[in-house]
Design a protein around this ligand. Structure first.
Ligand SMILES: Cc1cc2nc3c(=O)[nH]c(=O)nc-3n(C[C@H](O)[C@H](O)[C@H](O)COP(=O)(O)OP(=O)(O)OC[C@H]3O[C@@H](n4cnc5c(N)ncnc54)[C@H](O)[C@@H]3O)c2cc1C
Length: 307
């Protein structure tokens, strides 16, 4: 049986360390339990490691499933099978031990495979789609399990078929290449060093990049040119080394983050007539002041995952 709680404080499950109570949360510990929960139609959102999400600090009437307890994997030769809740660094280390190349970017990466495939996560010129072979997905609309290959996944920048349809990733398979252990080690070392110097550590809550890159440009570059580094709203601050990160410095609320995001969005719009779109997801109740602010920035982006 999955662990299920009501009126559950969600904050400490998120890397942002922000959020009030959600109506219901389920933590399945197997794919079977996950499918059972999905077929009930009782849940609004599916989440993995909650590293790309901002929950409202107010209590919400949303019910969510968190897959972080479904951590299973199997490696045979250069074929890697993972369940949706498995975290990137675990597999990156397994690949390093076996001299397999293709997952060097997953070292120090806080996402689960479900979240990473959903948005086609990437770093240091590697994308999760590069080594992707096939997946097993739950199709919510038709209540059935389907298998997809790489072509049907429609991977793009921060996009996959999971962002377009009511699909939940259950399991995925990847094919890596054989490499040199020393070279893999060196690349991973460089990637960790880059994260340490350019990105905030999880000592301060954050959710990774706030906005997606607009076509042929970088959100961080535009925000930097708008002098956003160090800009504050309540306890939320734009990171001093990278203008596309917001850190939760002093008990920030979701309202602080959304107001700061709106400031960032408005500055770039005013100066460059470019409307940045959020990379992070917001979970809160419709019709609230916060939700309206979110909707202005998020036009055209899917927010709801299930219904
Ligand atoms: C310090 C830090 C550094 C980061 N660096 C990077 C980086 O370099 N590159 C990068 O791309 N991202 C980065 N991120 C953002 C984040 O880690 C990625 O977006 C990651 O893919 C999110 O995975 P998650 O499991 O935490 O997803 P969640 O935050 O739990 O969910 C994110 C989205 O994925 C969907 N989702 C989750 N699981 C499933 C599933 N099984 N089926 C369908 N949809 C699902 C959710 O519905 C939601 O819309 C960083 C974040 C932090 C905090």
């Amino acid at each position: 049986m999955a662990d299920i709680y009501t009126d559950y404080d969600i904050k400490n499950h998120t890397t942002f360390k922000i959020g009030g109570k959600v109506k219901k949360v389920a933590f399945p510990s197997s794919i079977k339990e996950l499918v059972e929960l999905l077929s009930t139609d009782e849940y609004d959102y599916i989440l993995g490691n909650c590293s790309n999400v901002l929950f409202s600090s107010d209590n919400t009437n949303k019910s969510i499933i968190i897959t972080k307890k479904i951590e299973e994997y199997n490696i045979e030769g250069n074929i890697i099978k993972v369940s949706c809740g498995t975290k990137g660094p675990i597999i990156a280390n397994e690949c390093k031990k076996r001299s397999l190349t293709g997952f060097e970017f997953l070292i120090g990466f806080p996402g689960s495979f479900g979240g990473m495939i959903y948005m086609n996560a990437s770093a240091h010129n590697q994308y999760i789609s590069d080594t992707f072979k096939k997946a097993i997905i739950y199709d919510i609309s038709n209540k059935k399990i389907i298998e997809t290959d790489k072509e049907t996944m429609e991977f793009g920048y921060r996009k996959s078929i999971l962002t377009e349809r009511k699909y939940v990733l259950l399991e995925a398979e990847f094919e890596l290449k054989e490499g040199e252990e020393s070279q893999i080690n060196e690349i991973m070392g460089r990637n960790i060093e880059f994260r340490k110097t350019r990105q905030p550590s999880l000592k301060y809550g954050n959710a990774g990049s706030i906005f997606k890159n607009p076509e042929n440009d970088s959100a961080g570059r535009l925000l930097d040119l708008c002098n956003m580094k160090g800009e504050k709203e309540g306890g939320a601050v734009v990171f001093k080394n990278h203008a596309n990160f917001i850190i939760n410095k002093e008990n920030a609320t979701s309202e602080d983050v959304l107001k700061l995001m709106y400031k960032m969005y408005s500055k770039v719009k005013e100066k460059y007539t470019i409307e940045l779109r959020p990379e992070i997801k917001y979970i809160g109740d419709e019709g609230t002041k916060e939700y309206k602010l979110w909707e202005i920035m998020n036009q055209g982006n899917m927010t709801k995952i299930q219904k």
